[in-house]
Design a protein around this ligand. Structure first.
Ligand code: 13P
Length: 250
């Protein structure tokens, strides 16, 4: 079975509910009838309910950029899986490099969050990727394999079906420096091989691996036309409806 690509917008800390609604209203007609790929929007937590409501009736999904692993509790500022589902969202990002960098999110926390998402039937988009100094030291493969090994600990092949991986080289995020298609393909192959080792060939073959890091309308095809690249996680260029629609329709 060919893998259906997922093209996702990570709006990071941008857009009020009103701005999010205006985006969806402008975006929907631009992608009407587009069925080749799945589309998901990851707004800020305060815009999530608005986005869920605005995309109703379309095939577009909505998710959180971050979710806590605990069921509930005294975790000021955090959002639980139950809260995510209660507003009608279906996806969550886990372990985005900005979470790792600014909020001390470790591979162990990523693993806990992954278990929670799977338990609640939420589609997790697990982000992995190397820093520039790691790439320059020839450590890209080691870094990705370690991140995956820890992230997948205790996850069974049966439970792993919904998981999506996003390969986001940290040096390519928000910098305008995109990985070349060759670099991305090589990293995606490393990821797929590692998942095959952990969970078996079947899971690895079906696994969608997205690329993220300075994806723009003019490089979207170079990247997503590669058989190894099953979609994109887009930051800056997803903030404008026409630009994100151009990426979706690469
Ligand atoms: P940019 O597309 O702005 O580089 O961000 C990528 C990203 O972090 C998506 O999660």
């Amino acid at each position: 079975m060919p893998r259906k690509s997922l093209i996702a917008a990570n709006w990071k800390m941008y857009k009020t509910p009103a701005e999010s609604k205006a985006f969806v209203e402008a975006f929907l007609p631009l992608v009407a009838g587009h069925t080749r790929d799945e589309i998901a929007l990851f707004p800020s937590v305060t815009s999530l309910a608005t986005v869920v409501e605005a995309v109703k009736g379309s095939a577009i999904a909505a998710g959180l950029q971050n979710m806590h692993f605990a069921e509930e509790g005294a975790y000021t500022g955090e959002t639980s899986a139950t809260m995510l589902k209660a507003v009608g969202a279906t996806h969550t990002l886990i372990g985005h490099s900005e979470r790792r960098q600014y909020f001390n999110e470790t591979d162990v926390i990523v693993n806990k969050k992954l278990h929670t998402a799977l338990k609640h039937g939420i589609i997790p988009v697990v982000c992995v990727g190397e820093h520039l100094h790691e790439r320059e030291a020839g450590l890209t493969s080691d870094v990705l394999c370690t991140q995956l090994k820890i992230a997948f600990e205790g996850v069974s092949a049966e439970a792993a079906t919904p998981i999506v991986i996003a390969y986001e080289p940290v040096w390519a995020i928000g910098t305008g420096k995109t990985a070349t298609p060759e670099m991305a393909v090589e990293a995606h192959k490393t990821i797929r091989n590692q998942v095959a080792e952990i969970l078996g060939e079947e899971v690895a073959e079906a696994l969608r691996i997205l690329y993220g890091g300075s994806v723009k309308p003019d490089n979207a095809c170079d990247l997503m036309c590669q058989a190894e690249i099953d979609g994109a996680l887009v930051g800056g260029a997803s903030l404008k409806p026409d630009s994100f629609a151009a990426i979706v329709k690469y």
